[in-house]
Design a protein around this ligand. Structure first.
Ligand SMILES: NC(=O)c1ccc[n+]([C@@H]2O[C@H](COP(=O)([O-])OP(=O)(O)OC[C@H]3O[C@@H](n4cnc5c(N)ncnc54)[C@H](O)[C@@H]3O)[C@@H](O)[C@H]2O)c1
Length: 307
């Protein structure tokens, strides 16, 4: 079962699980996800999409009737700025939603729950790359909600023996990422460049982020569904920092050329750098990012051209 499976990452995870021969139930309230993301999946006959908020009282009985082996919880309010503007909505989807998933899992005899957490939990890093044992300093309601979700996972693991793993994702990019929101700079740059609109870089353009391709992230979820890393947090990223200007150049190259970006003042609260140490993912899950930035951007741009 994939909660949030009609979204960007969740729909790719759905496709991968179907390709691996599994039966998949997607639960998504379509607040940000799209049915089109699951067009191929639902046509396969092995994927059912159920439009439902995971916080809804019906979710528990749904899980008991489906009895999935694993629940992947990717359902979330994902916009950091929206979490500041409306923390109640954020806590409802991200904290209550995760507790609802864990409760449903416990009563439905689910073996494992895998949560999509975020590097936002770490806050401004004292040292790069950031390891899993770095004391978290969540600075936004979104980051607090993701960290709270992680604590609940740990608690269900310790109290009930439910296998749980929190994957801490860095900046994930790829086809189907929504270019209309505030998140997803790759999608924003690529969509603007393909339609001849200007692009913007904040401050000096030297903020650094760790960009990981969605197929690699999905592979980490699949590996985390096994027995390894129970009760643990695992970073998922490339360990390589790419500045905003470097990213802009790389996307321009993938698009076949674009004008230089416009400059805007630095944004309050933007971290100068975030790069993770993903050696635990390699050691414990046997995971490594396989897709270079150039290849991942080429796939992303090709998908945008076809859309
Ligand atoms: N994209 C990234 O770079 C990134 C980085 C770190 C963490 N994450 C996490 O990964 C997960 C997936 O992110 P994404 O980029 O695919 O976002 P997304 O918005 O495309 O996917 C989230 C999905 O959850 C659904 N949803 C939201 N609230 C729900 C609820 N209460 N009940 C049922 N469905 C609900 C939305 O409709 C959407 O389809 C999220 O948990 C996000 O916080 C993403």
């Amino acid at each position: 079962m994939i909660c949030g499976g009609a979204g960007f990452i969740g729909s790719h995870l759905t496709d991968r699980l179907l390709a691996d021969g599994h039966q998949v139930t997607v639960v998504d309230d379509l607040s940000n996800g799209r049915m089109e993301n699951l067009a191929a999946a639902t046509a396969s006959g092995r994927c059912e999409l159920i439009k439902l908020d995971v916080v809804d009282a019906q979710f528990g009985s749904l899980a008991r009737s489906v009895r999935p082996e694993v629940i992947f919880n990717l359902a979330a309010q994902i916009d950091v700025r929206a979490s500041v503007a409306d923390p109640l909505r954020d806590v409802t989807a991200n904290v209550l939603g995760t507790v609802a998933v864990l409760e449903a899992a416990r009563h439905a005899g689910v073996r494992k729950v895998v949560l999509a957490s975020s590097v936002a939990i770490y806050g401004p890093p004292k040292q790069l790359p950031v390891r899993e044992d770095t004391p978290p300093r969540p600075l936004s309601p979104y980051a607090v909600s993701k960290l709270a979700g992680e604590f609940y996972l740990r608690q269900y693991h310790d109290l009930y023996g439910l296998e749980t793993t929190a994957l801490v994702l860095t900046n994930t990019y790829g086809p189907r990422q929504n270019p209309h929101g505030e998140a997803g700079v790759v999608a924003i740059f690529a969509a603007a460049m393909l339609t001849g609109r200007p692009t913007w870089v904040f401050g000096d353009g030297d903020n650094r982020r760790d960009y990981v391709f969605v197929a690699d992230v999905v592979d980490a979820f699949v590996r985390a569904a096994g027995p390894a890393a129970a009760g643990q947090r695992i970073n998922v990223g490339t360990g390589r920092g790419v500045t905003d200007l470097e990213l802009h150049r790389a996307v321009a190259e993938a698009v076949g050329g674009a004008p230089e970006p416009q400059r805007a003042p630095p944004r309050l609260g933007d971290l100068p750098a975030m790069v993770v140490d993903a050696s635990a993912a390699a050691e414990i899950l046997g995971w490594r990012p396989r897709t270079s930035l150039a290849d991942g951007l080429a796939h992303t741009v090709a998908a945008l051209r076809d859309a």
